[in-house]
Structure formats: structure tokens, C-alpha cells
Design a protein around this ligand. Structure first.
Ligand code: FRU
Length: 503
């Protein structure tokens, strides 16, 4: 069965999709929107293992850690602590849904600016927190910032990149998420042993927020978004800027206007995406982010320090191992960027999936063998290092597949009319899944022990089969021609209606 194994000429519409200096700079600046999400992921991982932080806000956990009977999997099983981490995801979920209207009305770029400002405020409140209420309030603001930014930035990148290189440019977003994670891990590493360290770690969130917000002020909005809002002259200028001054952007602009008119003929409404003809895209908007989280990445990422600490690493070496995982992840995102437009999305999904599956299973086996079925035997340094190595291979598998592709796919499969709601759904589903899984992971680890890793291994197997059967190849196809791939797919073709474009 040729599920998605067909090619479509990227230059079918004849536009000059060259890589210009301007498009590269614009995309780097825009992709830095990923910094704030990454910074937050990395910071909350480490701060929740810092003693002064726990003493001030969660003293019960320290008492539990001190008690000898607790088994290694259960030390960090606290619903309140998990709620601290996850409150951000609930807020982000809400705001990403709101962001659908905001990006349609204000444009992608302005939504990024808004997100950056709100995140900045959240960082300041968290850094100066005196009680748990301030702490949670700060996290809610951070969540609002992340929701807006994650909704707008990937779409920005896909709309502005030359179609042939869309994969590489869009991968920049995940790359900056990774940079944010590593920067945060390093900061945690140095602040961990100071009584005020957690304040610095949380408060420094304002720095990436300021960086991306100022950056976003300096770049134009995307031509599609400007056309959608009737700003044709601005759209022409934006196109001229990113495609180069020697390029005749007239035909590309006309095409955008034509598709935008067709798309907007019936009033753009959130519910449009639920029409039968958009079923394939809608399914992917749910399935891709859900599957990304079912790889177990955040379980490994959020709790890597806790995990290493509870299986025998000291506090600082636990944070260091998180840095190592983060660097491996970053390197593999670069590999992804360099091949995603050549080998395609499906290849990366499948290869990365198999790699993660093998590693997750191996981690479960090692944990079962060395810490005993009950998890009561202590784990030697050597075996902890073995687990770290396996997790590094796992992180690399994620970095070249589900990491970047989870942003790329939703940002490129929707027609303009439903692009904003589609991306909103994808971001909301991702954050909801992070919330549910992180809320339950420590409980699972405590009760199912090494079986938790087998649980994720089984999911990785399932989602890889899902990709093989249902994900068509999207590489190189201009956004406005994307409907073609569904029409050629063995299953999705029954839903597709060709758009009627005015000639
Ligand atoms: O794509 C975003 C995802 O990637 C990660 O940052 C890991 O690199 C996750 O923590 C996050 O959920």
C-alpha cells in the first residue's frame, strides 16, 4: 500500500522560493519564540528538586525524602508539586484556543509579541514569589504567554519559508525550544546550591521573553496573514523583503489573494474545521500532538533530574544529566533540519519512532533487572550511567522526529481558512496531554515502577504504525496545494473536496 509515497513538484506554482538572507534572519528571529517554552520546561524540571525551594513551598516532600521506607520510585509523588508544574499547561491550553481569534484578527506577529509580554510578567512574578499563590499566578501568566506564542510562531514560520525548505525553517522553533531547555538546565545547575537560586532561575524567564518580544517587533507579519486581513500593500512589502528585492513577487501575491478570497468566502468560524471535508486535517491536529506526548518525552524531560536523583545520582549530577540529554536533543534537531526536506517527514517519524521504542524498552528492562521488581534495590553508578546513555539515544530519536515534526505538520496541513483554529487545536491538545501525563506520571512511576516505561514503549509502537498508515508525505508541497496529498491518500481521499479557486 502506498500510503503517502507520492511526490508533488514543489515548484508547481512557479514561484521563486529562494533562500534569501532576509528570510533566514526573519525565521531565526521568529523561531526564537520557542525559547520561552523551552526555558520554562527546563526551569521547572530543576527548580522542583532545589532544597531551598522545596523548604519554602513544599516542605512535606523533604520530610518524605528523608524517611527511609519510601521506595525509589515514590519520593517525588506529590500532587501539589505536580500542580505547580502543570498549572502552566492548563493556562496555555486556554490561551492557545483564544489565540485562534487573536491571530486571525491581529496577525501572527502581533500574537507573538502579546505572548512574549505576558510571559515576561509571569517570570517577574515568579522570581519575586513570597507564597504559593504568587507562584501559581506567575505560572498561569507564563502559560498564557506560551499558548499565544506556540500557536502563532510555527504558522508564521511555515507561511514565510520557501515551500521547498519549509521543514528546515520550521524546525527552528523546536531548536529554540531545545536551546531554552538547555539554557534553563545550565542556569539551574549553577543556582541549585544557593538559597536564592530558585528565584534567579524563575525570574530569568524574563530574559528570553524580552529577547523574543523585541525580535518580533523587528520582523514583518506573514504575507498570508496580511492578505487575510486585507493589508495587500503590506503583504507586497513583506513578500518583497523575504523573497529578495530582485524577485517579482506579483504572481505569488496574486495567488495568495485568490486562495484567501476562496477561503474567506464563507465567514471564517472555528467550527468550520469540524466539517467533514476537513476530517483528515482535524484528525492530525489531535493525533500528532497527542502522539508526541505519548512518546513519553516530557516524562523523561521534566523528571530527568528527579529520576536520576531517585535512582542514585546526587542533586547536582542529576541536573547535569538533564543538560546532557538536552544537548543530545539539540544536536539531533539539527540533523532533522538538514534532512527533513530531502528524506521527508514520514522517514523521520518512522526511523525516530523505532529508535525511541528500542530505548524505552531497554530502560524498562534495565530498571527491572537492577532495582528489582519492587524498586527497592539501590542502583549502582554504572547502571545509572547505562540508563543515561539509553535515554540519550531516546532523546536523539525524539529530536529528529516527533520533536520538530509536531510543530511542522500542524502548521503546514491546513488551508488558510482553518489554519488558525487548526494550530490552536494542536497546541491545546499538546498542552492538555502534557498536563494529564505529568499529573499522572509520578503516581504511575510510584505504582507501576519500571512498567511505566513499558507503557510508553507500547504507545510509541502504536503511533509509529499510525504514521505508516495514515500520514501522507507533505515535503515540498506549497501550502495552498496541500489538499492534493489527502486526495491521493488511500484512506483520506474519501473526505476530500477540491477547493474552487477563482481564475
Ligand atoms: O515540541 C515540544 C516538546 O519538545 C520538548 O521540548 C522536548 O524537546 C518537550 O518538552 C516538549 O513537549
Amino acid at each position: 500500500m502506498a500510503a503517502g509515497g507520492f511526490a508533488i513538484d514543489a515548484s508547481a506554482n512557479g514561484f521563486d522560493g529562494r533562500i534569501t538572507f532576509s528570510v533566514v534572519i526573519t525565521c531565526i528571529v521568529a523561531a526564537s519564540g520557542g525559547l520561552i517554552f523551552g526555558y520554562d520546561i527546563g526551569i521547572s524540571e530543576g527548580v522542583t528538586t532545589m532544597r531551598p525551594f522545596l523548604e519554602k513551598f513544599f516542605p512535606a516532600i523533604l520530610r518524605k525524602a528523608a524517611s527511609a521506607e519510601t521506595n525509589v520510585y515514590c519520593v517525588y509523588d506529590s500532587q501539589v508539586l505536580t500542580l505547580f508544574t502543570s498549572s502552566l499547561y492548563l493556562a496555555g491550553l486556554l490561551s492557545s484556543l483564544l489565540a485562534s481569534r487573536v491571530t486571525t484578527a491581529l496577525g501572527r506577529r502581533n500574537t507573538m509579541i502579546l505572548g512574549g509580554c505576558i510571559f515576561f510578567a509571569g517570570g517577574v512574578i515568579n522570581g519575586s514569589a513570597e507564597n504559593i499563590v504568587m507562584l501559581i499566578l506567575g505560572r498561569i501568566l507564563l502559560g498564557f504567554g506560551v499558548g499565544f506564542t506556540n500557536q502563532a510562531t510555527p504558522v508564521y514560520l511555515s507561511e514565510i519559508a520557501p515551500p521547498k525548505w519549509r521543514g528546515a525553517f520550521n524546525t527552528g522553533f523546536q531548536f529554540f525550544i531545545g536551546v531554552g531547555v538547555v539554557a534553563a538546565n545550565l542556569i539551574n545547575y549553577f543556582t541549585a546550591n544557593h538559597s536564592w537560586g530558585w528565584r534567579l532561575s524563575l525570574g530569568l524567564a524574563a530574559v528570553p521573553a524580552a529577547f523574543m518580544t523585541i525580535g518580533a517587533f523587528l520582523i514583518p507579519d506573514t504575507p498570508s496573514s496580511l492578505v487575510e486581513r486585507g493589508k495587500i500593500d503590506h503583504a507586497r512589502q513583506a513578500l518583497q523583503k523575504v523573497r529578495g528585492h530582485t524577485t517579482n513577487v506579483g504572481p505569488e501575491l496574486e495567488e495568495l489573494i485568490r486562495f484567501s478570497k476562496t477561503d474567506m468566502m464563507d465567514q471564517e468560524r472555528f467550527v468550520t474545521i469540524f466539517e467533514r471535508q476537513y476530517r483528515p486535517q482535524l484528525v492530525m491536529a489531535f493525533a500528532v500532538p497527542l502522539s508526541q506526548q505519548l512518546t513519553g518525552i516530557n516524562i523523561v524531560a521534566f523528571y530527568a533530574p528527579n529520576l536520576f536523583q531517585s535512582v542514585g545520582f546526587g542533586n547536582r549530577s542529576a541536573l547535569l544529566s538533564a543538560v546532557i540529554l538536552g544537548l543530545v536533543n539539540l544536536g539531533s534537531i539539527l540533523v532533522s533540519a538538514s534532512i527533513v526536506d530531502r528524506f521527508g517527514r514520514r522517514f523521520l517519524f518512522i526511523a525516530g519512532g523505532i529508535q525511541m521504542l528500542l530505548c524505552m524498552t531497554a530502560v524498562a528492562v534495565v530498571l527491572a533487572l537492577v532495582s528489582g521488581v519492587e524498586g527497592t534495590e539501590s542502583i549502582s553508578k554504572g547502571n545509572t550511567i547505562l540508563i543515561l546513555v539509553l535515554l540519550c539515544f531516546y532523546a536523539a530519536g525524539f529530536g529528529w522526529s516527533w520533536g520538530p515534526l509536531c510543530w511542522l505538520i500542524p502548521s503546514e496541513i491546513f488551508p488558510l481558512k482553518i489554519r488558525s483554529p487548526g494550530q490552536s487545536i494542536a497546541v491545546a491538545v499538546q498542552l492538555l496531554t502534557v498536563f494529564v501525563l505529568s499529573q499522572t506520571f509520578l503516581r504511575m512511576l510510584c505504582h507501576f515502577k519500571f512498567g511505566t516505561f513499558l507503557f510508553y514503549a507500547a504507545w510509541i509502537a502504536l503511533i509509529t504504525i499510525f504514521i505508516i498508515l495514515f500520514m501522507p508525505e507533505t515535503k515540498g508541497i506549497p501550502l495552498d496545494s496541500m489538499y492534493i496529498i489527502w486526495g491521493k491518500h488511500w484512506y483520506w481521499r474519501r473526505f476530500v473536496v477540491e477547493p474552487q479557486v477563482d481564475q
